[in-house]
Structures are given as C-alpha cells and as structure tokens.
Design a protein around this ligand. Structure first.
Ligand SMILES: [Ca+2]
Length: 390
C-alpha cells in the first residue's frame, strides 16, 4: 500500500471514528451516567429512567402511513398505419399513478411554516431538513420509505434524516434516494457552532457519498471501438444490403438492417437502429459500467451560516453552506471528481431562503428559494407569490 492510499485509509478511519464516537456519545451519555449513578438505586428507578430516555427519543414523534392514487397525465393518442393501410391505435396503456409513504418523524416546525395539516402523509416540504439549525435544539429525525408508480414507471425512494443540535455543535446523518429523479446520496456532517443571537455560524467536515459524477463510460468505449461493436456485444446483428435507386443495375447506396438477439428484424437502416434501439443499449452500458465503479465518497470542509428572524409582520430564514476543499476518500480514485475537475478545490454550495412580508393589512408577499450545486449537479426550487385581501 503506498503512502497516498495509507493516508486516505487513515482519514476515512478517523472520520468514521469521529462519527461513531459522537453517535455513541449521543445515545449513551444519558444512559451510562445513569448506570453509574444508579448502582445504589433499586431496579425500579433504573427501569424508569431507561424508559424515560427511550420515551424522550419518541416523544412528539409521529408514525405515519399514507396511500394516494390518481389518474395519470393525459397522453395524446398515437396511431400506426400499416403497409396495407390499416390504422392501429398504439397509444401505450398507462395505469394510475400511486404512491405509498410510510415513516416515522420527529421534526420541529418553524413558526413561519403553515400550520401543519391535520395529518402527516409524507408529502410535507420541511425547511428544517435542509437548514443548518432546527427549530429546536436536541434530537430530530425523519425515516421515510416510499414506493410508487408514475406514468407506468415504478420507483422506490427513501429519506432518512437524523440531526442532533447542541448549543455549540451539531451532527447530521442523512441518506436519500429518489428513484424518480435518480438522486442517491449519503451525508454525515459534523460541525462546531457559534450562535450569535439570530445568527448561527458553523464550520466542520462533511462526508458525502455519490456516484462517479462527470464520467461517462460510453465516451471511453467509443474512443477505442466503433459504435456497432457495442451492438454486437449485446447480441444484435447487422446485414449489409445495396440500394439501386434508379434501377439501372448499378448500386447507388448501401446500408445495414438490424436483427435483435432473437433474430427478429427490428430496424431497416443504421440510422433507424441508432434512433430507436441503440440509445437503450448505451444507457444500459453506462449504468452497468458506473455500477461496477460503485460508490465514491468525498470528505469536504464546510462553513455555513443560518439566520432566523420571525415577527408577525416579517420573517426571514436564510441558510448557506460552502464546501471549498475536498478529499476523495472512498472508492476508486481514478473516477473521483477530483480527477474530472483537475484539482481538489472546486466550490460546492447550497443555500435557502424563506421569506414572508405582510406589507400592509391587505398585501403580503412570500418567497421560498433553494439552490444546490454539488459536483456537476445543480438543483433549484423556487416558489414566490403575492396575496391581496380584497
Ligand atoms: Ca443505380
């Protein structure tokens, strides 16, 4: 093992140790203190305190399960005309969209968010999941699993979130997978905090896992092979034929028709094949190759701020994080974003702003804005509006 790898391994181990240490501290500090204190106490009291500790974890938490179903989006009908002039309706049949959410949550609500619905169904947008500071100190969590179908596409998602905020430090563990938008990451974030009135400054380290972003396996493949090799490798076969447009016995052009692995003719020309079949083969190839590389992990330094102000007339909640320096610590370095980018000091960031202003008795305006730039991925969300009371 060379020195670089050794350092990486040590860094990973140190971080893992730190995270495990904090988690154990968090969950056992309470208990172990009791165990020592309670040696003389009788069993009943011990039992009571353990119960209370567990009760504290589940206090104010809600278990929820919800099922929703709705008609799919309208699809215009599609028709195919056969060589014999017969019209066939080829509109794909689409089943109802549905979604099952099941979860356990304990998330404090900020004063500015709308009064919670009478029920939780898992569809709530909660700023607390992305802000740096929760509405309360202490333990907050969300464990949610979803399974659904949209436009005949089945998908599974999950969101696990645990945050413990103390006055001068915070720990956040997150795992999110969204089958609809192909989002999949895990995050462990440990920071020291400096609260100054409504403002909270923070600095620490964040370990994020991710797919090999910025690397496209098909690019490498096509540099060394012609595109049709990939089709052959997947069992497709092409057959040459000449074309004599003007029937003078001399060929004017040529092309290939294609058969699938079962030997069925599926495309009349190369262009036809590439347009209607090759795209799927390429997507499959990219996915298989990326899966082989597996998950990568980047350890980053992070600095952040969180500002919260709430009055009846005006509120604003702003948070921002910058990740200015990184170290690839999990997975094959050859596919790290560090290599794709060319150095270890690209800037990732995310930020959010929630704002509402009752300008007068009759006019109010509001804005919700969130932006995330991680690696070469950019996501944003904006909602803004005005209310006029007539
Ligand atoms: Ca000819």
């Amino acid at each position: 093992m060379n020195r670089k790898k050794l350092t990486e391994k040590l860094t990973a181990k140190a971080l893992l140790f730190l995270v495990v240490f904090f988690v154990i501290m968090l969950f056992t500090a309470n208990l172990s203190a009791q165990v020592i204190d309670n040696k003389a106490e009788d069993k009943m009291v011990k039992k009571y305190k353990t119960k209370k500790f567990i009760k504290d974890i589940f206090n104010y938490s809600t278990f929820f399960a919800a099922y929703s179903e709705s008609s799919p989006l309208f699809q215009p009908e599609r028709f195919f005309v056969t060589q014999a002039g017969e019209v066939i309706n080829v509109t794909p049949e689409i089943g109802n969209d549905y979604l099952v959410n099941i979860g356990l949550r304990k998330l404090a609500r900020f004063d500015y968010t709308n009064k919670q619905n009478r029920y939780y169904d898992g569809s709530e947008r909660n700023p607390s999941l992305s802000s740096n500071v929760g509405a309360i100190n202490g333990l907050e969590y969300l464990f949610m699993y979803s399974k659904g179908q949209q436009q005949n596409r089945q998908y599974k998602s999950h969101r696990y979130f645990v945050r413990y905020s103390a006055k001068y430090w915070s720990l956040k563990l997150e795992s999110q997978k969204n089958g609809l938008i192909n989002l999949n990451y895990e995050n462990a974030d440990l920071r020291f905090r400096l609260p100054i009135k409504n403002l909270s400054l923070s600095a620490g380290a964040s370990l994020r896992t991710h797919a090999p972003y910025g690397y496209l396996p098909i690019d490498d493949y096509l540099e060394e092979n012609p595109w049709w090799d990939l089709a052959y490798e997947n069992g497709y076969m092409d057959y040459y034929y000449g074309i004599d447009y003007d029937n003078d016995g001399q060929l004017d052009n040529f092309d290939w028709w294609w058969a699938n692995p079962e030997g069925v003719r599926i495309a009349d020309t190369d262009a036809d094949f590439r347009r209607n079949h090759f795209t799927d083969i390429v997507n499959r190839y990219n996915k298989t190759e990326l899966d082989k590389i597996g998950t990568l992990g980047t350890l980053s330094a992070v600095v952040g701020l969180d500002y919260y102000y709430f009055r009846d007339k005006f509120f604003s909640h702003l948070w921002a994080n910058a990740y200015p320096i990184h170290k690839h610590i999990i997975g094959d370095f050859d596919y790290s974003y560090e290599l794709v980018y060319g150095s270890d000091n690209w800037v990732d960031y995310n930020a959010g702003l929630m704002m509402g202003w009752n300008v007068s008795q009759k006019i109010s305006i509001f804005t919700e804005y969130e932006i995330t730039k991680f690696w070469d991925k950019k996501l944003s969300f904006l909602k803004t509006g005005i209310n006029l009371k007539l």
